[in-house]
Ligand binder design. Sequence first.
Ligand SMILES: [Zn+2]
Ligand SMILES: [Zn+2]
Length: 375
Amino acid sequence: MGVDMTGRKAVTTVAKTAAKTVAKKAAKTVAKKAAETVAKKAARTVAKKAAKPAALRPSVVGAAVAKKNPNPLVTKRTPASLAALPPLPRVPAGFRIGTHVSSQGGSFAAPPRASEIGATALQLFTKTPNQWKEREIDATERALFREALRVAGSPVTVSHDSYLINLASPDDAMRARSIESFATELRRCHALGIDFLVSHPGNYMDDRDAGLARNAASIAIALAAEPGDTILCLETTAGSGTALGATFEELAAIIAALPAAVRGRVGVCVDTCHIYSAGYDLVQDFDGVIDRFDRVLGLDRLRVWHLNDSKTPFDSHRDRHELIGSGSLGDAPFRRIMTDPRFRHTVRILETPKLDDATATDRLMLHRLLGFLAI
Ligand SMILES: [Zn+2]
Ligand SMILES: [Zn+2]
């Protein structure tokens, strides 16, 4: 076995060495190929990037938009720019105008944010609007909120209800949950002494008329359960999907279906972005739209405006708010809303984008709107 073994060993060693060399070579080839592939890919990416027209690169697009639109609000502002802001807007006596302000830190943290921008009205959420979790207002919170309002110059107060509520739902459990949540919204408003509660009509899901009837019945239950002074304002919607409330007639139908005893506690909130998207042409036929509102609902029902320009075109049925004067509505309808004496009794609330500095953007929006009064 000795020689044989040696011979075998030698063969094995040679074979092993050969195998190693082959393996090394193979590995080298694989590595080479892999490296080539990576390099090719990288080269392709670089080539692609280089080939992409400069105009499509995000930074260049931003610059082009800023160039095309001289509106300083298109450029994101930084807190440092606050120093360069114009002075607080001077709101004429009795003119109620403001914006949706954050209630982060508690409801009583909202009024100082309104006075910081010179507002005489504010809108807030009394709970986290995209969660079902409810909360109640205790005596301490009420006292703190009322004192904060007094210090802020007693702005008119508007609350907006939760986005999850669907008072028109055909699903009994969902509708019961929504009524409970909506009644709790009303209870918080009464506890805080809030003037208006804005509520979106629900989604009918199955049949439009049945949905309108369910929506009205749900509101009636909640209003009966929670007597108080807060005026419920049904908000006009953009009419996407099965959303109710995109026509003045649908809002009128909901109000007409309410028991007479609670009908006096209900008004309307017109959102300019929503009605323009829903097909009411505030740009070409402002007077026609307002006349229609008066005929169908009566102008005395109009209590609150949501003043928003729109990112989307007329009749788009989309709900995308834009800064005043920077969207498809432009300045003209807002100038009319600010100056028409028929709207003297209404509350005007901005829900425009805040960019990266809510105080700076909102203060500039108020300046822009109040500027229409001087022209
Ligand atoms: Zn709105
Ligand atoms: Zn909206």
